[in-house]
Write a protein that binds this ligand. Structure first.
Ligand SMILES: Cc1ncc(COP(=O)(O)O)c(C=O)c1O
Length: 457
């Protein structure tokens, strides 16, 4: 079916499905009121209004993969807080750690007795020898970038077009007509972010060599698979080239594993034997509790010691926040690393992701659509193009907000919550085989409605 026809059909579907959503949720509708709630826009984070639903779901309970909204609707969650709850809502060992941490003190600005165990677990699991904590992946990226600049003495940063690394000013840029510019819609941004950040297309080895040639880039910050602009896999050999060229240019390689931790135990880096100088991870690493980690090589750690000594080691370094490294974070990290983020959990996630990938591909073929399913371990995304996209320009050309919204709303009305803004499915160890099958059936039904083989709900 032509894209224009599909989009017209998607618009009609959105209208019908929005009605169904509304009819089932009088309480959620009533809860969304700026005046009564006291929140700006009626929500604790303004972007909670950006979902394709007419008003936000208000979640009463979340456990495993099941959400119950304020109106009592039960939903299978494959959005999982966009990865924050990748291991399921409230994994039992983390709930136990939360309870115990509550009894033993949540934050003291000192290392807790869990600290040494957690440090060793991070080294074992992710390979790099020295670690620090933050509260969010955004924080961890900011801190790692700062360290990269400190140890290289260089100011510039290189990112890939279409990247998202959190609320990190230096990275909020776009590549437009070959020029790096501040991203549109940034609030209150007064600096020209293109002055110190270079953005190039992912998978473009020539552009990479060119950008690194002046030996003035402190670090390349990259997701190993780009997950925030479609889902863009690295071309064969791209990571080898990236590592080789960065080493040659004296540029550090900072890998952001916040989403690609879905790949398998130890993240994409461990599974694919990458050799970054710095790694960042956040979101699910503490089982849903706000904690992030960033790791560095021995060489960076050694240089940092020297710099800190020269500066006498005191004062504001620009790294760290009061609640980072807290007893609460350490307790939850320990529980997650020891008991939640395990080989067994990943095996279960992969097995269901295999089923969903095969089922989605069959449904797409059955509907005669030329779409692909991109995958990084437990993370799958439906991309509206016949071939995997190679960079952000191709991903943007393939994307359709309208079709995405239609799929999202229709799936939600059938009881499955996809990630908004892109059709991402994240498979948690709490998802059962039956639920995975139900998700595939729902997807197939929705595609049939989209191509008008079946009437809408
Ligand atoms: C790859 C990546 N890194 C970092 C972040 C920032 O995470 P947080 O919002 O938890 O700081 C995100 C958020 O989506 C992300 O996708």
């Amino acid at each position: 079916m032509e894209r224009a026809n599909l989009e017209a059909r998607a618009r009609a579907l959105i209208e019908a499905e929005a009605e169904v959503f509304r009819a089932r949720r009088p309480r959620c509708a009533a809860a969304h009121d700026e005046e009564a709630s006291g929140f700006f826009d009626g929500v604790p984070q303004h972007w909670m209004l950006d979902w394709p639903t007419p008003f936000p779901l208000v979640v009463d309970q979340a456990s495993g993969v099941e959400l119950v909204d304020l109106d009592g609707n039960r939903i299978v969650d494959v959005c999982l807080g966009d990865t924050g709850a990748m291991f399921g809502h409230g994994p039992a060992p983390v709930l136990e750690a939360l309870k115990n941490a509550g009894m033993r003190g949540l934050t003291t600005m000192l290392p807790s007795s869990d600290a040494q165990v957690v440090g060793r677990l991070l080294v074992e699991c992710f390979g790099l020898p020295r670690w620090q904590l933050g509260a969010t992946a955004s924080d961890a990226n900011r801190f790692a970038i700062r360290v990269a600049r400190a140890v290289t003495g260089r100011a510039k940063l290189l990112v890939f077009d279409g990247c998202y690394h959190g609320a990190v000013d230096d990275t909020l840029v776009d590549l437009v007509d070959g020029k790096t510019i501040s991203r549109r819609n940034l609030l209150g941004q007064v600096r020209d972010l293109g002055e110190l950040t270079v953005s190039i297309p992912f998978n473009d080895e020539a552009a990479l060599a060119d950008a690194l040639a002046a030996n003035d880039i402190a670090c390349v910050l990259a997701e190993p698979v780009m997950t925030n602009c479609g889902m863009i896999p690295p071309a064969p050999g791209f990571h080898d080239t990236l590592r080789h060229l960065t080493r040659e240019a004296g540029t550090l390689l900072l890998i952001d594993e916040t989403h690609t931790i879905s790949t398998g135990l130890g993240g994409y880096t461990k599974v694919h034997s990458l050799e970054p100088d710095l790694i960042v991870m956040g979101k699910p690493i503490g089982g849903g509790v706000p904690v992030s980690v960033w790791g560095m090589t021995q060489a960076i750690s050694d240089k940092l010691h020297v710099i800190r000594r020269e500066q006498s080691g005191h004062g504001h370094s620009g790294i760290g926040t009061t609640l980072s490294g807290s007893a609460l974070q350490l307790a939850c990290l320990r529980a997650c690393l020891e008991h939640v983020m395990t080989e067994e959990a990943y095996a279960k996630m992969q097995a269901n992701a295999d089923r969903i990938e095969a089922g989605f591909k069959a449904a797409i073929a059955g509907a005669g659509l030329d779409w692909t399913v991109s995958r990084v371990g437990a993370r799958l995304e439906v991309v509206f193009s016949a071939l995997p996209v190679k960079n952000a320009a191709e991903a943007r050309a393939a994307a359709s907000d309208t079709i995405e919204a239609a799929l999202h709303l229709s799936m939600l009305n059938l009881g499955y919550l996809l990630t908004p803004f892109h059709n991402m499915v994240l498979v948690s160890p709490a998802l059962s085989e039956k639920q995975a099958g139900g998700l595939v059936n729902a997807f197939s039904t929705v595609l049939e409605r989209l191509i008008e083989r079946r009437a809408a709900a």
